[in-house]
Design a protein around this ligand. Structure first.
Ligand SMILES: [Zn+2]
Length: 161
C-alpha cells in the first residue's frame, strides 16, 4: 500500500501540462511544442491529450496542438470558461498562426464546442477548418482508425460552411 501511494505521488508530481498547448508532459513544454520541425502556423484543437496521440498516429498533421481539456457540456456545467480557450486566444496574439483545425469529438458536445470556436475565431480573421465527415458520429476521436482520421484531416473544410 505504501509503495502504491508513493508510485501515485511520483506520477502526480511528474505529470504536468504543457504551458503552451495543455498536452501532458513531464517538462515545461511538451515534445511537440519543443520540436522546431513542427509547423507553427497551423494549430489542431482537440479535447484531450489522448486525442493528440490519435492525430499523431495518422501522420497526416505536421502542425501543433491545443488541448482544451474537455468540451462544452451545459448539463455537466462545463462552459467555455472551463476550457483552455483563453489560452488559445493568447497564442493567437503573436500573429504566427494562420489556420486552426478543429478536431473535437464527433458527438453533441464536440459539435457545440466546434461551433462556438468557429464563430469566435472567425471574428479574428483566422482560417478555421473542421475535419471532413466520415468519422463515426457519436464516437470518440481516439477510437477512429488512422486511415479514417487521416482522410478526415486531408478533406477538412471551412468551419462555417
Ligand atoms: Zn505543448
Amino acid at each position: 500500500m505504501k509503495r502504491l501511494v508513493a508510485a501515485i505521488t511520483t506520477v502526480k508530481e511528474r505529470v504536468k501540462f504543457c504551458t503552451v498547448c495543455g498536452n501532458v508532459t513531464e517538462q515545461e513544454l511538451c515534445n511537440i511544442c519543443r520540436d522546431p520541425r513542427r509547423d507553427p502556423s497551423v494549430i489542431c484543437v482537440v479535447e484531450e491529450s489522448k486525442d493528440v496521440l490519435a492525430v499523431e498516429r495518422t501522420r497526416s498533421f505536421r502542425g501543433r496542438y491545443h488541448v482544451l481539456g474537455g468540451a462544452i457540456n451545459p448539463i455537466a456545467g462545463i462552459g467555455p470558461e472551463q476550457l483552455r480557450i483563453r489560452e488559445l486566444l493568447t497564442r493567437l496574439n503573436d500573429g504566427a498562426i494562420q489556420e486552426i483545425i478543429i478536431a473535437t469529438d464527433p458527438n453533441l458536445e464536440g459539435e457545440a464546442t466546434a461551433t462556438y470556436l468557429a464563430r469566435m475565431l472567425k471574428s479574428i480573421g483566422i482560417t478555421v477548418t473542421r475535419l471532413a465527415s466520415g468519422l463515426p458520429v457519436g464516437g470518440d476521436l481516439e477510437y477512429a482508425d488512422e486511415v479514417t482520421l487521416g482522410r478526415a484531416f486531408e478533406g477538412r473544410r471551412n468551419a462555417l460552411m
